[in-house]
Structure formats: C-alpha cells, structure tokens
Design a protein around this ligand. Structure first.
Ligand code: TXA
Ligand code: MG
Length: 352
C-alpha cells in the first residue's frame, strides 16, 4: 500500500466546505481513494473509468476481485454514458427513487472497465441522496466506483470512526459528515432479467419496487439445491457483516426467547466466555442489564436498522465470544434487518 497517510476531514452534512470537496475530487481524478458519506453507509470511492484506481479499492479492503463495485453518479443524465440502453422500467424507478437508497443493475457500456464490474456485462448504478456524496461525485468527474468503506467481511461503516478503524493508512482521504441516515446498504434491483429481481433488500421495499415496475421477484430469498441461498449479487455469497464472536439468532415467543438466551449466557459465562444479546428496547428488561444491547423500539424499525452495524462492531470491540440476537418482523426495512442479521450469524437460527 503506498498510502502512508490518510487525511481525515470534517464537513457539514448539508453545506460542506467547497474547498474540501474540490480537494477530494482532485484526489479521485488523480487515481486516489476517498471514503465519503452517503445516506445508507460510508463508501470507498475511486474514479469509475480508471481500472487501476478500482484495483486499489480491492487491495485496501481485502475484497475478492470478482465482487463488483457500484458506480455512483450525481444526476440521472449521467446514466447515458455507462448504461445507455436502460429500459423504460429502469427509468421509471430512477425517476421515483433517485436520488436515494436504490442501486440498479443494468447492461453496461464498453467504457466501464472490467475491474469495476468484476468482468460482468452489467454495471450497478446508484444516485445517492446525501448532499456531500453528490457534491463529491460531481467534483470527481461524475462517476465514482464505490463499495462500502469497511474491510472485507466487517459490518459496513455507518460513521467515519468506523472507516478510520478499518481503512486508516490505506486510503488518501476520509470525509467525515457524521452518521449515515439509514445505516443499512441500498436495495439492489437487477433490471437485466425479464422480471426485476431484488438481489439485496434495503430501505426501498419490494412493494415499492412493484408499485413502479409492475412486478419484482425477491431474488435474495432464492434457495439452492443444497438448501443454501443462491446469490445473484456476487458479493452476497461472501461471509458478511460478521462479528468476530459466534452469533446465533433465536426465534419464537419473546419470553421463551429470553429464557433460552438467558440460559445460554449463564452457561457461557460459567465457562468464563463472554456473551451478550441484541434485543429490542421493549424486551431488554427480560435480560440482565450487563448483557443486553438494545437496538431500538419494535415500533420503529428504522431505529433498529440505524443501530445494527454499530452494535455488531461494538461486540467486536468488547471482545464478546457469543452473541445472541432476537429476530425481527420482516415488514418494510425489517426484511433488510433480518437479511443482514442472518448473514452476520452465518444463518444460524434456533427456534424455541
Ligand atoms: O448503500 C450502498 O449500496 C453502499 C453505498 C456506499 O452506496 N454501497 C455498497 O456497496 O453497499 P458494496 O460493494 O458493499 O455492495 C455492492 C453489492 C455487492 O454485493 C456486489 O456483489 C453487488 O452489489 N453488485 C455490484 N455490481 C453488480 C452487478 N453488476 N451484478 C450483480 N451484483 C452486483
Ligand atoms: Mg459492502
């Protein structure tokens, strides 16, 4: 890695200092790496037309090179250059949900390098809503390839401190604009198939996609012959969001769940192994205070989504060996919450 020093700069979320945005844009144009805030999670950006710069992203993150990057743009008109044959459906979705937490998979133009798409004929495109992201993308020339700004396998960063933890010394600049609004990555919808397929659930729900596109399949629920999920988004096959401790989801009636988890925690602590439980605000009284980490109220799934990745990182920081979690309703953003929890737990679920 030839980046020995990383510049960390703070900017206002709504009115960032134009000089800093310009400096960040120049770094991207020169082939550098800049981490930046979006409304979902922080991204690690490089010039999307520069294959060598894209390669640096994989090196900095320790990311497998077959896992493609999302190209971030700052206006719908910029779609033309990288995905000129976008369908009418795609344009309707763009009109409705861009700028915002939606990524579309489209047929790519030749100009998009293989290093960005992992050799695929398609490209993932997103137009973020975050003001800092949009100004930064525009200052960078309009096309920024960016995965989430975490080390490969760790939870996505929802604030700059997470990026510093993972990537300090590995990137040129980190733009700090406080916490991301949503805290979970964008919904990914594949528009290259007959029926639009949702490859990763997010803040924009399946129903919202169906309302505009007419139909949509939940591709992320596909089950393979071996009982495992068949990932269409290459990145979804890797172990993700995984805390260092062993994680188990416990599903069932709240009281029974708490009984099971309390029993398991007692057993582990007797063995001298640390344990903790991720739970709802409503259920936290069912657990001993020392072990419970409430994510938010069951009445506010946005709050649970917002706290999830930070909580997984906190488990690592405290060196927790055994992490238990309640499961959550899959309505609205709940589908995305459960998708990330299942990945973090390597699909380990106990029914009680
Ligand atoms: O909210 C987000 O989407 C954040 C922010 C920074 O925009 N980005 C993000 O990027 O989550 P990343 O790289 O962590 O996740 C992108 C996912 C990966 O699972 C990748 O495999 C998939 O998108 N993907 C990218 N290009 C694809 C393509 N052409 N076809 C199918 N899946 C693709
Ligand atoms: Mg990621």
């Amino acid at each position: 890695m030839n980046v020995s020093r990383t510049k960390v700069v703070q900017v206002d979320k709504d009115e960032p200092d134009e000089r800093i945005i310009k400096e960040a844009g120049e770094l991207i144009k020169a082939g550098g790496l800049v981490a930046f805030p979006t409304e979902t999670v922080y991204g690690l950006g490089a010039n999307a037309f520069d294959g060598r710069a894209a390669k640096k992203i994989y090196a900095a993150k320790g990311r497998p090179s077959d896992n493609p990057l999302i190209v971030h743009i700052a206006s719908v008109a910029e779609l033309e250059r990288i995905a000129p044959r976008a369908s009418e459906r795609a344009m309707l979705l763009a009109q409705e949900y861009w700028p915002g937490p939606l990524t579309m998979i489209l047929r790519k133009a030749d100009i998009v390098p293989n290093e960005v798409t992992g050799g695929l004929e398609t490209v993932a495109v997103r137009l973020p809503k975050h003001e800092v992201a949009r100004r930064f993308i525009a200052a960078s020339g309009g096309y920024v390839a960016a995965p989430s700004a975490n080390l490969s396998g760790r939870p996505s960063p929802t604030k700059a401190a997470h990026v510093v933890e993972d990537l300090f010394g590995r990137v040129d600049m980190i733009i700090d604009a406080g916490e991301a609004d949503i805290g979970l990555e964008s919904t990914i919808v594949d528009l290259t198939t007959d029926i639009p397929a949702i490859l990763r659930p997010g803040y924009i729900t399946t129903d919202q996609i169906r309302r505009i596109a007419g139909e949509a399949a939940e591709g992320f629920r596909a089950i393979g012959a071996d009982g495992g999920a068949v990932p269409k988004a290459p990145g979804m096959k890797y172990r993700h969001y995984a805390p260092k401790g062993e994680m188990t989801l416990v599903e069932g009636d709240a009281k029974k769940v708490a009984e099971f988890i309390n029993g398991a925690i007692a057993k582990k602590t007797r063995l001298g192994e640390s344990a903790a439980v991720l739970c709802s605000e409503e259920n936290k009284a069912l657990y001993e205070e020392a072990y419970a980490l409430p994510l938010g109220s069951l009445k506010d799934d946005d709050e649970i989504a917002f706290h999830l990745f930070g909580a997984l990182r906190a488990m690592d920081e405290k060196g927790v060996c055994h992490i238990y979690s309640e499961t959550f309703d899959t309505k609205r953003i709940g589908a995305a919450i459960m998708n990330r929890l299942l990945k973090a737990a390597g699909n380990r679920v106990v029914q009680v």
